[in-house]
Design a protein around this ligand. Structure first.
Ligand code: HEM
Length: 130
């Protein structure tokens, strides 16, 4: 039986596994590596802090995520894939209340980003992302 997300080590495993999947994905990997030229040694610890703040209220993340995304060439299909990979990663590794919370928060933030980028209207049905 799988465990829930309980420790900082669990968050690290979640983030590392998720971005490993992102890096194998034909749609998302080029955005991170070719367009944004992400420095993974920098980005991964930022994402540990982000998810630790969201799930455990650690307050370790102090940034503003949205502006980092506005100039990326990303559309609904990219967000859809991001959410699928994130959901699959959680389900691969964990189960429980925090695991459900992480999936829900990821979906909600993806939806808010898309609305702010004009990719999704408040009236749109939630796309099938499961
Ligand atoms: C199509 C989907 C997405 C793509 C392609 C994408 C790509 C990126 C890129 C390229 C960066 C900048 C990394 C760097 O240069 O250091 C970034 C940062 C970040 N992204 Fe995303 N992202 C996506 C969706 C999301 C979603 C849904 C969330 C939240 C649930 C999220 C949270 C963040 C956070 C917290 C940062 C760090 C911002 C900072 O440096 O403070 N991203 N993302």
């Amino acid at each position: 039986m799988k465990r829930d997300i309980e420790t900082e080590e669990d968050v690290k495993l979640l983030v590392d596994t998720f971005y490993a999947h992102v890096n194998e994905d034909g749609l998302l990997a080029p955005v991170f590596n070719d367009v944004a030229k992400v420095n993974w040694q920098h980005h991964l610890p930022v994402m540990y802090n982000f998810w630790s703040s969201l799930l455990f209220g650690s307050m370790a993340y102090k940034g503003q995520p949205f502006p980092k995304h506005t100039r990326l060439p990303i559309k609904q299909e990219h967000f859809g894939r991001w959410v699928i990979l994130f959901t699959q990663t959680i389900e691969e590794l964990f189960e429980g209340v925090k695991a459900e919370e992480a999936k829900y928060k990821a979906k909600s933030i993806a939806r808010i980003f898309q609305m702010r980028m004009g990719l999704l209207s408040i009236l749109d049905q939630e796309p099938e992302m499961q």
